[in-house]
Write a protein that binds this ligand. Sequence first.
Ligand code: GAR
Length: 198
Amino acid sequence: MVKARIAVLVSGGGTNLQALIDAQKSGIIKSGEITLVISNKKDAYALTRAEKAGIDSLVIEKKGNERFEEQIIEALENNETDLIVLAGFMCILSERFTKKYENRILNVHPSLIPSFCGEGFYGLKVHEAALSYGVKVTGATVHFVNEIPDGGKIILQKAVNIEEGDTPEILQKRVMEQAEWKILPEAVEKISKTFVKE
Ligand code: GAR
C-alpha cells in the first residue's frame, strides 16, 4: 500500500500537529504519512515537534515575501504531496492556491462552523467571541478549504460545552482536548484513505 503523502502547514505551538504525529504512531492514521511540515514563522514550536518526530520541515515567511505561495507550492510539489493539512496555519490562502488543490486541503477551526468563523476569527479570538456572545455549546470543525475563509465542505464536527467561569484560554484548551485533537486525526485518516494506491 502506498500511503498518502501529507504536508502540514503551521504557524504556532503545533498541538494539532502533535495530535497528528501521535495518531500516526498509534495507528489512528494508517492511510497517510506526514512527509513535510511548513511553517510561516521561524520560531514556531511546531518546528521542534516536527524535528523530534524526524519529519522534514521548512520555514517560508510571508512578511515582505511576494513569492510566499509560489514557494509553498514548490515545496509541496518537490515533496509530491497528496494532502495538505492546515493545523493552526494563520494565513489565508488565495483562490489560485485553493483551486490548484481543490478537495486536497483540510483545515481545523475551533468553533462549530458557521458560527464564529471567517476572516478575523482565529485562535483565541474565536473563543473570546463565543464567550462574549454567550453560547452554551461550541466545538471544532474540520473542513475542506476553498476560496471562502472557513467556507469549504464540512468533514467532521464535534461539540464542546461551555462552562461557568470559562476564560478564552480555558475554553481553548477544552476545545482542543475534547474536539480538535480527536476530529483532526480522524478526518485526516478518512481523506487519506481516498488517496491510497494499492
Ligand atoms: C487551534 O485551536 C486551531 O484550531 C486554531 O488555532 C489553534 C492552533 O493551535 N486555528 C484557527 O483559528 C484557524 N482559523 P496549535 O498550533 O497548537 O495547533
